[in-house]
Structure formats: structure tokens, C-alpha cells
Design a protein around this ligand. Structure first.
Ligand code: C2E
Ligand code: CA
Ligand code: CA
Length: 718
């Protein structure tokens, strides 16, 4: 119960006023401040300065009467409860006063003390409760206006009783305009798919369910005819007996969410860089193409394309240019195929082209040729004219696979073959490739463990001075003893190691081992010879290469002048500038360099001339051309002549026969290496060779076995 601390009595009759005052004191309100004034103007003045808990108001004042007095008192103190005093027989005024906001009325002349106080207390309490209700209602509305969803309420006949601000904004109707109108008029919804008008969902739901009914895929037609994609939910409002008194409709604008979903679907299916379909979407398309081809006895071709030399451009010119180049290539690929075909990017510099309908293999061969040509044409990007080529592997449904995954995998395998065949070409898949691919895969896996498990060793093959027959050096050749597959040839695993990067640790192991071995031999007092070590492209291009070599030299105490690195000409001919730089540094350190497999690549003599190299090793394939008569090998002769003019030492490799040896000696080849003298051997055996030299008969032609003519060329130089 609220306490009353101040009472204002507005009564022009002093006697009546004093009587009321006394009654209040009598009833125990003596602590309260009871004031009385005789005029409305005095009351207004008083209220402006002193808050009152309750006003007792006579409706017959000199300056205000009846409802006018009530209104003015209300205005002067809007939140203060009022009890009016009326005359006898004035029931009408009393009722009007109650409707006009008075909490209670008392009839003059019938007032007794206890009833008076009860009436005042009741009035104060009632006012307090009213205020609280009002506050709650205001809070509720404020809350509903705050929520991000649109909300509307209807009565049982489906007429609007409430709308929040969001609902106003979304429908284009203001609440005052909408109130009392049918929901279907304010809230016009269509089925997003059929565009059929949806009957007032509120009606249906109110009858059938008390679960909220939620559905999406509706369009809301705004008052201005604009359409919004919405999702809405409807629930009945139930009273305490469980009878529906209306419905609440909540709806939400999902246009943005919908657009976002579409965009996400798009980006989930496309490559961000080129905008081409990605692998996921491509797989779907291949699946569709296969289904179609199966029904029409047609074929589907999958072209796996990898750029040659892209990494180089990306590394040297930067990613922004690399990205532009990829986009340019994407554009060209799309121009090479029909609209029904799909060009997709797999990431990196790999693309896959789906030819959805091919009649015979020539069809895809033609497409490959078009693509190879289109990619190879210069791409002018920023200020650069860039050149790249592509290697393509092709797999065809139904021969090479029944599903997208297999077709892609086999096209990928064929692409590797294409690269091995020399790039800028295409290759159809052949089942044998798979066997190789599997083997390659398992090779890679065991290679990863081979170093730790010490499965590698080095064999050494001597090089012979063709004038003196002395051993001039050794070439270190790696050997791998696989725990189950036995010996695996370096020709087989070195390329794999190159591809997966394992060549770096393997290469430094070889170098360190070879240098250490050379030291061991010199320490044992054996004649000093050069140690030749093969260096692969990736090792040579690796940033830490030079430092690595120098570190190994100093760690092992090997004299740099006795180390010779063998580099193939294809390694040397790429990136001429950085190559020249590294070679120069090697020369400064004393390390020598030989060009391995000379003649098989595309050496440019002008560069060879500039490079600080020390020796050329003529590839075995040329040595093989020397036939039994010791003739018809003009290339070998030419190479030797050229090396001499460049003042390079020339070494022939793979010498197996006496005829080959005779020819080489006749043409003043400096050194030779081959089975004829010795196979690569284990360190101990090599130490034996160093001690005793290769058998004289190995390089000195035994007279009995050769014709006079050949023999005459073979007299050891003195
Ligand atoms: P390569 O550098 O041209 O090495 C010469 C290859 O010819 C060796 O094969 C050697 O055993 C073989 N050979 C020597 N004399 C004859 C002969 O008279 N007749 C025939 N038919 N062959 C002969 P290998 O040891 O199988 O090595 C093959 C290739 O593997 C090497 O070719 C080299 O490119 C690479 N390789 C070997 N060891 C290493 C290494 O430690 N590091 C790197 N990066 N590559 C290596
Ligand atoms: Ca070599
Ligand atoms: Ca070689």
C-alpha cells in the first residue's frame, strides 16, 4: 500500500476544507502535509512548486467548474491521482469525472473519516497500477519496434491491431493507416515460385495449429508494388482459456540473404582468380557429359593442361603479373572450345578442359593443337610480352574411365608423360602410364625414408687420361638399395626426387659423402684425383646452393680445386644471367664445372663461350655412334674439335669398346669414362684402381685384337 505524504485540497468553502483536513488527521494522516487552496489558479500555482500524492478537488470552484476544473487539475499535475467532490444528486457529473480520469468521487455531506482515507488510498494505489501497466505496454511496444524483424498482430477476423516500425517500413503502410484493415490488404504475399497470391496464412493457421507456421520463398508486395523476398512465421495469440484472440505474424526480408546464398554458391563453384568453374563444378559437368554420352554412344574428352615455365614467370616478375597471365590464358582457352564445353582452373597453373561431345579422338587432338597454339602466342601483360607453353594430357570416356575422378586422374598422368616427352605437346592416356604412375608414387614414398635409413651409397667410376692412361678422377654415382625392390637405378629415382624436392637433401648428402671419400683417399696417401659430382637442376637453382657447396668443402677439408660439378647443358642454358653468376662464384672458389650429357640439349655455343666451364662430357649416345670401323661419327669429331677451340677439356662417357676408344684417341679426346675401363665400383675397389691404375691393356690396344691401322693410332703417348 502506498503511503500518502502530501494532500492538496482544492475547496473554496473553508469550513468544508477544514472538516476534511481534520478527518484526515483523525484517521492518522497527521504526518502528512495537508494543504488547502480555494481557487483553481492557486491550486495550479501550488502544484507547480509542490508535488502532491493526491488531490481532493471540488468541482464547483469560483474560477473553474465541473469537467473544466478536472481538466485543469490534470494538466497541472498529470501523474497525480484525483478524487472529486460532488454535490448531492450530482451523479451525472460524478460519472463524467470518472470517465474524464478521476480515480474516485465523494459526495459532500456524506463523507465520513474512514471512508475518506480509504478512498484516497485506493485512488493512489489504482493510479500506481495504471502507471505500471502503461509502462509495461510502452516497453512492449518499444521492444517490438526494436526487433529487426517485421511484426504485425491481427484480431480474430484478421484485421491489423498492431505493426512495428520494421513492418511499416517493409509494407509501406503506416500503423495508423493500417490499423483495422484486413491483414491480406496490408500484407500481400505471393508464392515466390508460382506467383499465386497466398490466402491469409493467419486464417488457416489459427484454425489448425498452435505451432508457429514458418515458411520461406514468399514475396511480399509492398504498397508501392515493389517486391521483397520474405520468410514469415505466424502464431496465434491465445487467451487464458486457450481461445485464439488474434495472430502474430513475423516476417523478415531475405532478399540480401538470398543474394548472399547465390553469391556463395557461385564462389563455391568458381575460381576466384579467373572466374572459371572450379574442380567441384567441373566434376558435375563431367558427370552430366558422361550421362549424356552414355545415352548417345558419344565420347567425352578431358584435357589436363599444365603450363610450362609459368613458375619462372611468377617467381621472377611477381604474382600480380602471374595472375594476369593466368587470366589471359583462361580467356584464350575459352576461345578455343565450344560453348557447351567447360574450361576450369584447378589452382596453380593447371587447367582442365572438358570437351563434352567428341565424335572421334581426332576431335580432341584438334582441340589440343588449337590450345597449344593459342597458349603459346605472346601474352602482352603490362609492359611485358610473355611466352609460355602448355603440356596437355587427354583421357577419353568411355575408354579411359567411367567417372570424372578417373578421367581427371588419367588425363593428369598423360600430362606428365607429355611433359616428359618435351613439353608443348599433348599425349593421350595409355594404361601403361598408370603402372608407371603408381610406381612413381611408391618410389616417392620410399625415397622420403631412404636417407634416414641409409639406403643410399656412392659408387665411383674412373676417368682415364687418354694420353697417359692415368686415372684423372672419379665420378660419384648414387646407388639406392630399396629394402624390397632391390637396387633402383638413379635414372629412375633422381627425376622423382627432383619433382618432390627430395633432391635437395639427397644432393647434399652425395656431395658431402663424395668429398669425405676424396679426403679419405688422400689421407691414405693415394694419388690426388678430381671428384666429379652430379648436380641436378633443382639443386643448382636452389638459393642456398653456393653456400651449401662451400660449407661442405670446409666441413670435409676437401681442396676445392679437386671438386668438379657436372651440370647438364639444359640446366645451364636456362636463366643465363643467374647461371653465369653462380658459375663465376664457383670458379672464384676454385671449384670446376663440367657440362654433362653434352650434345643432347640445345646448347648455344655463344653462351657456352661466355660461361666459365672447364670441361665437356660427350653424351654416350654419340659415343655409341662410333661403329666398328671407327668411322661415320662426324658429330663426335665435331664436338671434340669445338671443345678444343674453346679450350675446354673434353671427356667421352660410356666408352664400351676398343673401337670407340681408338676413335676417341685418334681425335685427341682428352679423357674417357666407361665400362671398357671400369664399371662404377665401391670405394674399396676404387682405392685399388688408384693404387694399381687401370690395367694397361684396357686403354692400350693389344696388338692381337686390332687391325694394324687402328693399332697404329693407339701407341701410348710418351
Ligand atoms: P650420368 O651423369 O650421365 O652418369 C653416367 C651414367 O652412365 C651412369 O649411370 C653410369 O653408370 C653409366 N655408365 C658409365 N659407363 C657406362 C658404359 O660404358 N656404358 C653404359 N651403358 N653406361 C655407362 P647411372 O649411375 O645409372 O646414373 C644415371 C644418371 O643418374 C646419371 O647420368 C646422372 O644423371 C644421374 N645421377 C647419378 N648419380 C647422381 C647423383 O648423385 N646426383 C644426381 N643429381 N644425379 C645422379
Ligand atoms: Ca655425370
Ligand atoms: Ca652423362
Amino acid at each position: 500500500m502506498s503511503t500518502i505524504k502530501s494532500v492538496l485540497i482544492v475547496e473554496d468553502n473553508r469550513g468544508d476544507a477544514r472538516l476534511l483536513q481534520e478527518m484526515l488527521i483523525e484517521e492518522g494522516l497527521d504526518n502528512a502535509d495537508v494543504t488547502y487552496v480555494g481557487r483553481m489558479s492557486d491550486a495550479e500555482e501550488h502544484l507547480a512548486a509542490h508535488p502532491a500524492d493526491i488531490i481532493l478537488l471540488d468541482l464547483g470552484l469560483p474560477d473553474a467548474q465541473g469537467l473544466d476544473a478536472l481538466r485543469r487539475a490534470h494538466e497541472a499535475a498529470p501523474r497525480v491521482p484525483l478524487v472529486v467532490l460532488t454535490g448531492l444528486d450530482d451523479a451525472t457529473t460524478a460519472m463524467e469525472a470518472l470517465r474524464g480520469g478521476a480515480e474516485d468521487y465523494l459526495v459532500k455531506g456524506q463523507i465520513e473519516a474512514r471512508g475518506l482515507l480509504r478512498s484516497l488510498r485506493y485512488a493512489v494505489e489504482r493510479k500506481r497500477l495504471e502507471d505500471e501497466l502503461l509502462k509495461e505496454k510502452e516497453l512492449a511496444q518499444a521492444t517490438l519496434n526494436c526487433i529487426a524483424d517485421a511484426l504485425a498482430c491481427t484480431d480474430t477476423s484478421g484485421r491489423i491491431t498492431f505493426m512495428n516500425h520494421v513492418a511499416e517500413a517493409m509494407t509501406g503502410w503506416s500503423f495508423p493507416e493500417a490499423i483495422g484493415r484486413p491483414l491480406t490488404e496490408v500484407f500481400r504475399i505471393l508464392d515466390a515460385k508460382t506467383r499465386a497470391a497466398v490466402a491469409n496464412p493467419g486464417d488457416i493457421e489459427l484454425k489448425h495449429s498452435d505451432d508457429p507456421f514458418l515458411s520461406s520463398d514468399f514475396l511480399l508486395v509492398r504498397r508501392d508494388s515493389g517486391e521483397i523476398q520474405i520468410e514469415n512465421s505466424i502464431a496465434p495469440i491465445l487467451d487464458r482459456d486457450g481461445t485464439a484472440t488474434g495472430a502474430v505474424i513475423i516476417f523478415r526480408d531475405v532478399t540480401a540473404a538470398h543474394a548472399m546464398t547465390q553469391e556463395m554458391t557461385y564462389s563455391a563453384q568458381h575460381d576466384f582468380l579467373t572466374g572459371l568453374p572450379n574442380r567441384g563444378l567441373l566434376s558435375d559437368r563431367i558427370g552430366q557429359a558422361i550421362a549424356f554420352a552414355a545415352r548417345h554412344q558419344a565420347q567425352v574428352a578431358v584435357l589436363f593442361l599444365d603450363l610450362d615455365g609459368f613458375k619462372h614467370i611468377n617467381d621472377s616478375l611477381g604474382h600480380p603479373i602471374g595472375d594476369k597471365l593466368l587470366r589471359s590464358i583462361a580467356g584464350r582457352l575459352e576461345n578455343c572450345v565450344r560453348a557447351a564445353d567447360t574450361v576450369s582452373r584447378q589452382g596453380g597453373d593447371e587447367f582442365i578442359v572438358l570437351l563434352s561431345e567428341v565424335q572421334q579422338p581426332e576431335g580432341s587432338a584438334n582441340a589440343c593443337n588449337r590450345i597449344l597454339q593459342a597458349v603459346a602466342e605472346a601474352h602482352s601483360i603490362d609492359t611485358h610480352d610473355l611466352h609460355v607453353t602448355a603440356s596437355i594430357g587427354v583421357s577419353v570416356y568411355p575408354h579411359d574411365g567411367q567417372d570424372a575422378e578417373t578421367l581427371i586422374k588419367n588425363a593428369d598422368t598423360a600430362m606428365y608423360q607429355a611433359k616428359e616427352n618435351g613439353r608443348q605437346n599433348y599425349q593421350f592416356f595409355a594404361p601403361a602410364m598408370n603402372v608407371r604412375a603408381v610406381e612413381r608414387q611408391s618410389t616417392e614414398e620410399s625415397l622420403r625414408r631412404a636417407l634416414d635409413r641409409q639406403e643410399f651409397s656412392l659408387h665411383y667410376q674412373p676417368k682415364i687420361n687418354l694420353r697417359t692412361g692415368a686415372i684423372t678422377g672419379a665420378e660419384a654415382l648414387i646407388r639406392w638399395e630399396h629394402p624390397t625392390r632391390g637396387a633402383i637405378s638413379p635414372a629412375q629415382f633422381i627425376p622423382v626426387a627432383e619433382e618432390c624436392g627430395l633432391i635437395l637433401p639427397i644432393g647434399s648428402w652425395v656431395l658431402r659423402e663424395a668429398c669425405a671419400q676424396a679426403r679419405t683417399w688422400t689421407n691414405a696417401g693415394l694419388p690426388e684425383t678430381t671428384m666429379a659430382v652430379n648436380v641436378s637442376a633443382m639443386q643448382f637453382r636452389n638459393e642456398g646452393f653456393l653456400d651449401g657447396v662451400l660449407e661442405i668443402l670446409s666441413d670435409t677439408g676437401m681442396d676445392p680445386r679437386f671438386l668438379e660439378l657436372e651440370l647438364t647443358e639444359s640446366v645451364l642454358m636456362r636463366r643465363i644471367e643467374s647461371t653465369a653468376f653462380i658459375l663465376q662464384k664457383l670458379r672464384e672458389s676454385g671449384v670446376r664445372v663440367a657440362v654433362d650429357d653434352f650434345g643432347t640439349g640445345y646448347s648455344s655455343l655463344s653462351y657456352l663461350h661466355k660461361f666459365p666451364v672447364d670441361a665437356l662430357k660427350i653424351d654416350q649416345s654419340f659415343v655409341r655412334q662410333i661403329d666398328a670401323t671407327g668411322e661415320a661419327a662426324p658429330i663426335v669429331g665435331a664436338i671434340i674439335g669445338m671443345a678444343q677451340s674453346l679450350k675446354l677439356r673434353v671427356v667421352a662417357e660410356g666408352v664400351e669398346t676398343l673401337e670407340e676408344l681408338a676413335f676417341l684417341r685418334a681425335h685427341q679426346c682428352d679423357e674417357a669414362q666407361g665400362y671398357y675401363f671400369s664399371r662404377p665400383v665401391v670405394p674399396n675397389q676404387f682405392a685399388g684402381l688408384l693404387r694399381t691404375g687401370v690395367a694397361a691393356e684396357a686403354w692400350c690396344v693389344p696388338a692381337a685384337e686390332t687391325s694394324e691401322a687402328v693399332a697404329s693410332q693407339f701407341l701410348p703417348a710418351t
